[in-house]
Ligand binder design. Structure first.
Ligand code: RP5
Length: 161
């Protein structure tokens, strides 16, 4: 298992499915867990502690509101942790974003955008991290970037008559 996708609640699933879809497209092995920094702190910490020994090389954590999940995982994990802030009714996800990004020095969480764009970028960032030491992943990353480039350039066709 290369990537662990963790979310604070089943209610995060529709957003975090975007991460899973892309990981599948990249052919990256992953597993999904629902673990909460507040509701299941013991299990969340154990999961992060054991991650490296279980073969996980990147953790992706989605949470919203007082979103401490990614930070709690990063406190004990020895693999990179990517945090995905969920959008919220109260502040549109600004609360989640600040909760995830404002880590104290010494405990980094790579924080991506709020919501689905962030969930997708978490998968691309995981691919990028893995591709440093895995040629197959590097090939997938090159292919992904080329596809994106071509699809943007294709938008220009017929644009000026
Ligand atoms: C966080 O609280 C979860 O990550 C979720 O985004 C938010 C709300 O959770 P539920 O009340 O919907 O379970 O821990």
């Amino acid at each position: 298992m290369k990537v662990g996708v963790v979310m604070g609640s089943l209610s995060d699933r529709p957003v975090m499915d975007e991460t899973c879809k892309l990981l599948e497209e990249f052919g990256i092995e992953y597993e999904v867990r629902i673990l909460s920094a507040h509701r299941t702190p013991d299990e969340a910490i154990s999961y992060a502690r054991e991650a490296y020994d279980r073969g996980i090389r990147v953790l992706i954590a989605g949470a919203g509101g007082a979103a401490h999940l990614a930070g709690v995982l990063a406190g004990v994990a020895t693999v990179p942790v990517i945090g995905v802030p969920m959008s919220t009714n109260m502040m549109g996800g600004l609360d989640s974003l600040l909760s995830i990004v404002q880590m104290p020095s010494g405990v980094p969480v790579a924080t991506v955008a709020v919501g689905k764009a962030g969930a997708k970028n978490a998968a691309v960032l995981a691919l990028t991290i893995l591709s440093v030491s895995d040629e197959k992943c590097h090939g997938k990353l090159v292919e992904y970037k080329e596809k994106m480039r071509a699809s943007v350039l294709a938008c220009n066709e017929g644009l000026n008559g």
